[in-house]
Design a protein. Structure first.
Length: 149
């Protein structure tokens, strides 16, 4: 998730390796319900590893594959979920199974995720609620994403 490689040495003998040697990365905490960055006492709040995974899953589900140039050639995003948008196929068992399979494949590609424990897809009147349970460092993390269909 960092924009810099693990070991960077600048030519003027400044070694940045010490600052990038920590496990994990600093990501800003984003409140998905209010759709804004969390600010406390005038400073942005840094997300914990658990919150980073939840945010990453939220972003994955809400990103259509190959739609944005920033994700070009990264294989980031979902295909099948957006191909079915606007149709009444979300209640079909086949469609739900395809969505679960694609989500499992994409989420397990993340280097921190050991295993996708469970994915539940629930269709409301005009929403789709996707609940994903993953295992990260032996800890179970549950993320819920709701999207309009």
């Amino acid at each position: 998730m960092s924009i810099f490689p693990d070991n960077i040495t600048v030519t003027n003998n400044i070694n940045i390796k010490k600052t990038t040697n920590k496990k994990g990365f600093k990501d800003i905490l984003y409140d998905v319900e209010k759709r804004k960055i969390v600010i406390k006492d005038g400073n942005v709040v840094i997300a914990s590893k658990k919150e980073q995974i939840k945010q990453w899953i939220f972003l994955l589900v809400n990103t259509e594959f190959e739609k944005y140039k920033v994700y070009k050639d990264t294989k980031f995003g979902i295909v099948f979920l957006y191909e079915m948008r606007g149709h009444e196929f979300y209640s079909s068992g086949f469609t739900i199974a395809q969505i679960k399979d694609e989500l499992t494949e994409k989420i397990e590609a993340h280097k921190w995720v050991e295993k996708v424990e469970n994915i539940e897809v629930e269709k409301g009147f005009n929403t789709l609620t996707i609940t994903v349970t993953v295992i990260v460092e032996g800890e179970e993390i549950e993320s819920e994403v709701q999207m309009n269909v």
